[in-house]
Design a protein around this ligand. Structure first.
Ligand code: G3H
Ligand code: ZN
Length: 293
């Protein structure tokens, strides 16, 4: 199967009130596992490479991007490549040539006016280069001098009217919003603000993106999709699955030396996690009160 474009997966999903899972990959094993998990679930999927993952690869984007593209081209389900949490204008400008069809430009740590101006410039560049672009609006800093909060920072909440204005003025194709999820949680104990999600979905006319989804239980994920989330970003859950599986394997096989023995165990664990999470996104849930009203 050829590589899919992120917009071609997210657009129809938004129209049908479904969600597409977007998994952050760090190694080739992550990419292979996510694709195997999506094939098992029979669903399209997005492979994401974050700026931090590029830093881990000594600042080089191509080795992982090309490996992911090759794995995606051999997949039995549509797979898109997305460059995630990009702050560096230099990395942004490598996105198209590296094979990504979309990018998330991350300026939510900046004051509103600077976030808007940087995002507007990024969106203009992205569209001129055929890329779908997601941006993020967390909690805008208060008049008392409080700093802005990223969408996935603890306690951050996106204001629906600010979100509507931000999308209209920036021209982005999707918006990551702050509704209660927190990045890098290793327990699935998070809770979302479903009333706020309903107000955001009513105010914003582009697909909404949930970040920090590893910390949410299945019911919260399904309710988020029912409430209007279209792209669900998941990273830490894969790393927890891989690390736990490898730790257990090495505890049981202390003399193991062939890296394939334990990496294959870690890859299989990530594939099971990906299947389970994709399945959770499609589960039927009663609509939240605010959506039914
Ligand atoms: O952009 C990536 C996601 O926000 C991943 O968050 O590692 O908490 O699942 P997570
Ligand atoms: Zn994120």
């Amino acid at each position: 199967m050829t590589l899919a474009a992120t917009g071609s997966l997210v657009g129809p999903a938004a129209a049908e009130r479904r969600a597409v899972a977007a998994f952050n990959i760090i190694t080739l094993e992550h990419a292979e596992a996510v694709i195997a998990g999506a094939e098992e679930a029979g669903a399209p999927v997005i492979l994401q490479v974050s700026e931090n993952a590029v830093k881990y690869r000594h600042g080089r984007v191509l080795p992982l991007a090309r490996a992911a593209a090759a794995a995606a081209e051999a997949a039995g389900v549509p797979v898109a490549l997305h460059l995630d949490h990009v702050k560096s204008p230099d990395l942004l400008r490598q996105a198209a040539a590296a094979g990504f069809s979309s990018v998330m430009f991350d300026a939510a740590h900046l004051p509103y006016v600077e976030n808007l101006s940087a995002t507007r410039a990024a969106a203009d560049w992205a569209h001129a280069n055929g890329l779908w672009i997601e941006a993020e609006l967390g909690e805008v800093g208060g008049k008392d001098g409080a700093a802005p909060l990223d969408a996935h920072a603890p306690g951050a909440r996106t204001d629906p009217e600010e979100a509507r204005r931000f999308v209209a003025a920036s021209g982005v194709d999707a918006l990551a919003v702050a509704i209660g999820s927190t990045h890098a949680m290793t327990t699935r104990t998070g809770r979302l603000d479903h009333d706020l999600l309903a107000r955001l979905a009513a105010a914003v006319d582009v697909p909404l993106v949930l970040h920090g989804s590893s910390g949410l239980p299945d019911g919260e994920l399904a309710a988020a999709v029912a409430g209007g989330i279209t792209k669900v970003n998941i990273g830490t859950a894969l790393n927890v699955a891989m690390t736990d599986a490898i730790r257990a394997y090495l505890d049981a096989h202390p003399s193991a030396a062939d890296t394939r023995t334990y990496l294959s165990v870690g890859r299989a664990a990530m594939a099971r996690t990906a299947t389970a999470l994709i399945t959770a996104l499609g589960a039927e849930v009663p609509l939240p009160e605010a959506v039914r009203a």
